[in-house]
Design a protein around this ligand. Sequence first.
Ligand code: NAD
Length: 424
Amino acid sequence: MTTVEAPESHLRENPFQIARLQLRRVADIFDIDDRLVNILQECKKAVVVSVPVSMDDGSTQAFEGYRVTHNVARGPSKGGLRYHPDVTLDEVKALAMWMTWKCALMNIPFGGAKGGIVCNPKKLSRGELERMTRRFTSEIINDIGPEKDIPAPDVGTDGTVMAWIFDTYSMNKGHSVLGVVTGKPLNVGGSLGRLEATARGCLYTIQEAVRKRELSLDGLRVAVQGFGNVGSYLAKFLVEEGSTVVAVSDSGAGLYNPKGIDVSAALAHKQETGSLHGLRGADAISNEDLLLVDCDVLAPCALEQVITPDNADKIKATIICEGANGPVTPAADDILEGNDVLVLPDILANAGGVVVSYFEWVQGLQEYFWKEPEVNSKLRDIVTRAFNETWHVAQERQIAMRPASYGVAVGRVAEATVTRGLYP
Ligand code: NAD
């Protein structure tokens, strides 16, 4: 049996320390009781499991898997499952904490969780991926459930992975449990609109932000880093609104055309070849340079910590939409604020996914499914309201959108904690 070693990480700073630093900054600004901060800066539960898998070549590999619940004061915990070689326990803890704030900011009745397996899903066969997912689900079967903790897709996972989790959990319980995961395919209880929901939420926040900055989506120049679930749909929606997508990238290639990338062709090329590499009609650009291109809106939709003090000063966009979780480090935040760049923070900008996951969970519990326009219009209401609440606090206190969004969110979780009281 071999144990899979993680390669050198893309993370320069410990994300959990960043998440805690952000919490402490907010606690100072909003005068949140130290005793509450002591509770909120810890994760309620962190499960580490070994996931042995029979590989196609007859060998056995043990993958390391994590499931972390940060907080359940406002409801069962909710958060994605990431398959990536760089996953660490501290990264999962940070992502779980951000999920708590995201759900609270959206005012949906969930706490925060996250999970991950250290693996490279691109190098696993479909059979290996399925066996790994089903074994991981059995290892954490007592920790998840519709009233407890509800996983969803994240980097490297998708509806198929969710269907395997749903099936494994249901087989063990003896009946179908629709509410155990969200992001399921439509034919096994998924919600219309879930696949595109995170990008749609990004679009709604950009729409509100450009209105405040007296710009318009029509003619807006946007650069999108990451061309997976979030980035590719966001690019598509922006083009439909009349914006020009000047640059896109994935882990294998970056493309730049100041007159506009043909996003439909990029989507077709990615679907066909699995990569943006080789798409015609644009110049090659590195992922680092993509962040610095001349544009109005920059949307990092890949991984964390891509905007740091090394490049923050050189960013030309006036609005940054955090499609990814944690793409801007706290030190970079300070530089961007000084340069009057409007950062739409992750817990606001990319919350569309968890909002429609909430709708999917509700539909699954009721076994009654909504039409897509109903899903999208309810999503727009929730995201727009959260944007305006955050904007209002930012204006009132003369602070950036990130601390304002955290102020609203942490305040709600703190209130719920006080109302429930500390057991015993
Ligand atoms: P995905 O796996 O579908 O896509 C990730 C994309 O990023 C791929 O195109 C990949 O090639 C690219 N990428 C990976 N490493 C890169 C690198 N070093 N440089 C440039 N591109 C790179 O994942 P996703 O679901 O689109 O998630 C992307 C981000 O959005 C993550 O931070 C995730 O946590 C966040 N997010 C996702 C959702 C969701 O519903 N899927 C919801 C909220 C937040």
